[in-house]
Design a protein around this ligand. Structure first.
Ligand code: GLY
Length: 394
């Protein structure tokens, strides 16, 4: 009896070791293949110094965009991550080149997306290279972002477009810009940036979330009273639906705010969002969400790889802040997401897919834009998730 228990325990130990090894091998393999793909991507735009990748055309060619597009920071950010992993000098050169394409964006006061744009690019650059020029560029950019804060409303304004529809739109995505401002608060010693982040996070808990911890996409505030004037969607299926990427942005945003503040309310918010997503009856077994959890044509609805990659990365970090059984549950979901995104269904062959890494994301389905295409941010958060998961295996 004792011998058979020992044999079973040994077999279980072997099984768990080999599954760790397999995940470790899978991560290294996909990072190596991502490097090959992104070196092709980076090389392809070296003769166009103002361009950055956006998505692909219907015939599979890379479509580019300018530095003021909200997605501009993701290629440089991915290059920094891949350089950090591999220390390949080619990647460092590319990372610096693509990062510097965004230098004028530090003065851009027309968007809330400066966290994505500047912190993924210059922020990773500063963290990895300690280049002090990056620091001053970031601090100027942080001031531009803070200029969009309205103290009556207590939030950072997201968009300037659609002024006839929304007085002061704040989208759930905006939680993603706070990491940048929290960094600026620490770095500059100016607590105004921190106060903005806390107010924005608290208002978002108050007004963006439903009792089940799903979130609205757009909350618009009345600029005279400071009160909510509208609860809408822009990129989701319906005002009352759970647009998948928005749910992932919210989860990631509160994980970051907990990391930055240790305020238990933000941890509770992140855990509640995670529970909503993980237990959602429309989350497929392979854990890559449909583009909207309430899409009417599920199970035929398009999947959104970007929502899966962002959620995986957030869950891996969240697993560090919770009790072991809960952490295990989060890591199991993240592992499944990484395995699915690493399968041939999602992971592109070298030289295909416009040299993006992942296939099958959805940008703006109701706008009939970017449906089932590769997207720079799906790749960025996938790489981040690979690197984060790798650390859990040590
Ligand atoms: N922040 C814009 C988007 O997620 O599509």
């Amino acid at each position: 009896m004792k011998t058979s228990v020992t044999i079973i325990a040994f077999a279980l130990l072997l099984a768990s070791c080999s599954s760790t090894e397999t995940m470790s091998k899978l991560i290294d393999d996909r990072l190596s293949r991502s490097i090959e793909q992104y070196e092709l991507m980076a090389a392809s735009l070296m003769d166009q110094p103002d361009r950055l990748p956006r998505d692909i055309t219907p015939d599979g060619k890379l479509r580019t965009t300018g530095p003021s597009d909200w997605v501009s920071g993701f290629l440089p950010g991915s290059l920094w991550y891949l350089y950090e992993y591999s220390e390949r000098p080619e990647l460092l050169d590319y990372a610096v080149d693509y990062t510097m394409r965004l230098i004028d964006q530090r003065y851009n006061r027309g968007t809330h997306d400066l966290g994505f744009m500047l912190y993924c690019s210059f922020g990773n650059g500063l963290r990895i290279s300690s280049d002090t020029i990056f620091r001053s560029i970031l601090l100027t950019g942080a001031e531009s972002l803070a200029s969009r804060y309205n103290p009556l409303i207590g939030c950072i304004k997201s968009w300037d477009h659609n002024g006839d529809k929304w007085q002061f739109p704040v989208i759930i995505d905006n939680m993603m810009n706070l990491e940048f401002l929290m960094w600026a608060a620490r770095e500059s010693g100016d607590n105004r940036y921190r106060d903005i982040c806390l107010s924005h996070s608290d208002k978002t808990i108050q007004n963006h979330f439903r009792p089940d911890f799903s979130s609205y996409h757009v909350i618009s505030y009345d600029t005279i009273t400071g009160q909510v004037e509208k609860k809408n969607t822009h990129q989701g299926y319906a005002d009352e639906s759970a647009w998948a990427r928005g749910q992932s942005w919210g989860l990631y945003g509160y994980v970051v705010m907990y990391r930055e503040t240790h305020d238990e309310r933000y941890l509770a918010q992140a855990r509640n969002i995670a529970s909503f997503l993980i237990s959602h009856p429309n989350l497929p077994a392979d854990k890559i969400p449909y583009w909207d959890y309430n899409a009417p044509d599920i199970p035929e609805a398009k999947r959104d790889a970007s929502a899966g990659a962002i959620m995986a990365s957030a869950l891996i970090e969240l697993s560090e802040y919770v009790d072991p059984p809960t952490a295990k549950g989060y890591l199991e979901v993240a592992e499944q997401q990484i395995r699915t995104l690493s399968s041939p269904e999602y992971f592109a062959e070298k030289g295909t897919n416009g040299n993006f890494i992942l296939k099958h994301s959805v940008g703006h389905l109701p706008g009939n834009s970017q449906i089932d295409v590769p997207l720079t941010y799906a790749d960025y958060y996938y790489i981040e998730a690979l690197l984060r998961f790798k650390k859990t295996l040590k």
